[in-house]
Every structure is written in C-alpha cells, then in structure tokens.
Design a protein around this ligand. Sequence first.
Ligand code: NAP
Ligand code: ZN
Ligand code: ZN
Length: 346
Amino acid sequence: MIASKGYAAQGPTTNLAPWNFERREVGAHDVQIEIQFCGVCHSDLHQIKNDWFPGIFPMVPGHEIVGKIIKVGSESKKFKIGDLAGVGCLVDSCRTCENCQEGLEQYCLNHNVGTYNSKGKDGLPTYGGYSNNIVVHEDFALRISNKLSLAAVAPLLCAGITTYSPLRYWKVGKGHKLAVLGLGGLGHMAVKFGVSFGAEVTVLSTSPSKEKEAKALGAHKFVVTSDPAQIAAVKGSFDFILDTVSAEHDMNMYLSLLRTNGTHIIVGAPSDPHSISAFSLLGGRKSLAGSGIGGLPETQEMLDYCAEHNILSDIEIIDIKDIHKSYERMLKGDVRYRFVIDIATL
Ligand code: NAP
Ligand code: ZN
Ligand code: ZN
C-alpha cells in the first residue's frame, strides 16, 4: 500500500484536519499522480455535511485534481512519467452497460465509482484530491495540455465539464438566449462556454456586486434577481436557463423567464426537493431537465477545447489550512470564481 496524506472530515460535524491513509499499489493498468492542485467544488461541502446522503467517513474530498504522473503500471500505455494528468468526479464504472459503452460513464447503470465518498470495486472507500497523490485506472485519468496554467485547469475537471456537457447536448449556440443562473464556480464556466459557443448570455444573480465581473467574463447582460423591475424585463425571453444554484430557490419564478418551448436545465444540486407548479411548464410547453457531470470522452474533448480556445477557470489559490474560510465564503456566494488548493501547502 502507498502511504498518503490528506485533509479529511472525520464526520459531518467535524472540521477537516490532516489525516494519513493508504492508497492501493499501482496496478497493471493504473497510474499514480502526484497532485499539485485541487479545486474546491460546492459538492465537496454538500458531501462533507451529509446534505445529499449519509457519507463515508473519514472523507477526503476533492474531484478537480491535476498533477504529474509519477508511476505507471506495467500494462499502462496512455501516460509516461512526468506527463500532466487530471482526475474528475469518476474513478471507475462497469465499462459494459449501454451508457458506459457510449462514453456516458456518469450515467453507468451499474453504479460508477466516485472519486471520493464512494466505494471501489474492491469494496474499499475512495479518497479524493485534498491529498498528495492518487492511484487511478489510466482510463479515468485525463490528458492535460502543458500550454495552460495548471491551477486554473483544475476546476475544468468538474465545474468545466458539468457546464460544457449540457450546453453541447442541447446544442446551445448562435441565435440562442442563454441565462446562467448563479455566478459561482459552475456559473462562471457556463458563461465562458456559452459565449464561446456563440449564445447571447445573461447572468441571473443574487449578487449585484458581480455585474462588472460577469461582463468581464464575457456575459452580455446581467440581471439582479431580487429586483422586480429587472426580472419583469426578462420575462419569457430565454431559450435556455442553466441553473447552477446550490440552495433552495423559486423555480416557478425562474421558469417564467423562459420563452415558449424553452428549457430549464438543472445542474445545481440543493439538498431539498424543488417545488414546481404544473402551470409553470404547461403554459408554454416548457421543459425541465437535468445533467450530471460528463463522461470520459466528453471530458477529454472539453479539456482539448479549452486548450485550443484558451479557456480557463478564474481562480483564487488557497493554502489548505484556509479551507474552512473558503467554504464559509462559498456559502455566502463570495467566490471569484473557484478556490483551488495548492497541494504543496498540505
Ligand atoms: P458555488 O461556487 O457556491 O456557486 C453557486 C452560486 O449560486 C453562488 O455563487 C450564487 O451565485 C448562487 N446562489 C447561492 N445560493 C443561492 C440562493 N439561495 N438563491 C439563488 N442563488 C444562489 O457552487 P458550485 O461549485 O458552482 O456548485 C453549484 C451547485 O452545483 C452545487 O449544488 C453543486 O453541488 C452542484 N454541482 C452539480 C454537478 C452536476 O453534476 N450536476 C457538478 C458539480 C456541482 P450569485 O451570487 O450569482 O447569486
Ligand atoms: Zn464538483
Ligand atoms: Zn456502466
């Protein structure tokens, strides 16, 4: 086993603290990555707090992982030592179901294996990227261009693919009016992709202070959702709303902003169920949809697209000791726009 160190929560009410643990030896098809940076996703906080389901503790969060290959398995061909590599939200899946066969491992019909707060095929808990290394099957490690700032690439592994995938699936682009609801880690990537794909992008935000930055990210318009006049001005106007909000919000109000045949796509994952009136959908043949991260082929496609178009996350690099302060700021919507842990501070 490989002696490893990380930051773990021992339970849903304890703070994260240094923790030593073991990773499996590098198998024939595995690679070992020395982690350099790990993004801080709101899902980390949901999972540490048992917002979605009872978690597996001790929990080492982190699924926006980038670093350098330091060991390759005897049968592993994809990487060589020294290559950059990334790991997102998945570290395994059945590989045989129809969704896996199509490269939709995130929708594996036989349970995929999450990067943390999950159990591997060996029955052992998985541990994420708030740690100094990870051992993963080479198929679940992504290639990363060395042209880009590595720290700013890390959030692409979750915030990037989670917004890229639905925009591609629904073919959002030129001629569409896209609203991005919530300007946080996911939201700011949605703005960048939406603009890059040619859509007219409006940010719907609770934070008036983010207007200037939203425009700097490329957004064409900015609406403060607490201002009734600004909301009235965009009623019935959007083809798509990409909803990245992490907490309870008034879905019926947001659905009223869609035009006829418009689609509201949920990617944000609040703990409580939404309350939606049938009339919010049937008056205008509106669709309500959801999308979860992305599969391996599409994640690689997104990374390559970002390398080609120089799309990166806007980040604030933090010392791992400041993780709780960062969570507090994230809960207040005060993140511009992704915290990334410098793993050298571990
Ligand atoms: P984040 O950085 O905290 O951003 C969320 C943003 O939502 C905030 O910055 C804020 O933006 C807005 N917001 C927060 N509370 C709100 C409220 N009560 N009403 C309206 N807006 C509110 O979080 P994130 O990392 O982007 O993640 C967002 C959500 O997506 C989380 O629930 C996360 O678990 C989920 N997620 C889902 C997937 C998936 O596969 N579908 C993948 C990753 C993450 P403003 O200040 O602009 O209002
Ligand atoms: Zn995430
Ligand atoms: Zn499968």
